[in-house]
Design a protein around this ligand. Structure first.
Ligand code: FPP
Length: 272
């Protein structure tokens, strides 16, 4: 598929059928490398090329937010040379892609326990965010040293502090207040989760935010994943009915979104 056909294809997918937020668990780098008789880090390096392609594709297709699971808290347990290789790839990506990201008006967000990252990576994240501060297009949200359970724990602490200080009362806590304490809470929840390499797990990714997310699993390993695979996932998503727990007829299912009511209950609200 040529790049030129992407905006055209995006048009053939009705805007209201496109996800606003796509989250991706980029899996299979190690296995992909192994089948080629190469070290695991070679898979990660080629995986970084997929990141470039998919960020570009998401932008061209009109997706608003792209969340990438680049490094989990559990990944700290990998051999130190592999951790170092992934951090180096991240650093290289941030340094080399800045201009391109700016040219495409991409905003950069990160989420996770960033204090565990090497100082150089943190500095490059900060500098890249400053460099892109005037951009207002696609939000690229990279999960680094990220764990969904710890995100929930961090949010609990933050809400508990507000109660302790008297800013809010215990009975004020509801789903809305809680969601407001999560990382990057101003972003909408993912509409679509893509996981590559045939695995069908959430692996501690955005546990709270994925309550109503549609899941798409593909056997393609991440280093082989390109824009056309993203388009395939979007087509699959477009034919799904999202009911958000309510009984909606076919037309209703495609034109609403979940909202949290004043009493903290989740409700379905039509777009019109
Ligand atoms: C999972 O595959 C992949 C990772 C843990 C690392 C992902 C990192 C990159 C693609 C590098 C660059 C990232 C950015 C954002 C520029 P795996 O190693 O678990 O694969 P396996 O399941 O086959 O072992």
């Amino acid at each position: 598929m040529t790049d030129k056909r992407l905006p055209e294809l995006a048009k053939s997918l009705k805007r209201e059928l496109l996800p606003n937020h796509v989250a991706i668990i980029m899996d299979g780098n190690g296995r992909w490398a192994k089948t080629r008789g190469r070290p695991r880090v070679y898979g990660h390096r080629c995986g970084a090329d997929s990141v470039r392609a998919v960020v570009e594709g998401a932008d061209q297709l009109g997706i608003k937010v792209l969340s990438l699971y680049a490094f989990s808290e559990e990944n700290w347990g990998r051999p130190s040379h592999e951790v170092l290789a992934i951090m180096t790839l991240l650093n290289t990506y941030l340094l080399k892609e800045r201009e391109e990201l700016k040219a495409n008006n991409v905003q950069l967000r990160v989420m996770g326990r960033l204090e565990r990252l090497p100082e150089r990576t943190r500095k490059l994240v900060r500098e890249t965010q400053e460099f892109l501060q005037d951009c207002n297009g696609l939000v690229l949200n990279i999960a680094l040293s990220y764990g969904g359970r710890n995100e929930i724990v961090d949010a609990c602490r933050s809400v508990a502090r507000r109660v302790q200080s008297g800013e809010i009362a215990l009975q004020d806590i509801n789903a809305d207040i809680f969601a407001g304490a999560l990382y990057n809470c101003d972003l909408p929840p993912p509409d679509l989760l893509i996981r590559t390499s045939g695995e069908q797990r959430l692996s501690n990714f955005m546990l709270w935010q994925m309550a109503y997310t549609e899941f798409y699993f593909t056997d393609v390993h991440w280093p082989d994943f390109r824009k056309e695979h993203l388009v395939q996932a979007l087509y699959d998503y477009a034919r799904r009915q999202r009911r958000f727990g309510v009984l909606a007829d076919e037309s209703e299912a495609l034109v609403g979104r979940e909202v949290v009511g004043e009493d903290g209950t989740l409700m379905f609200e039509r777009h019109d």
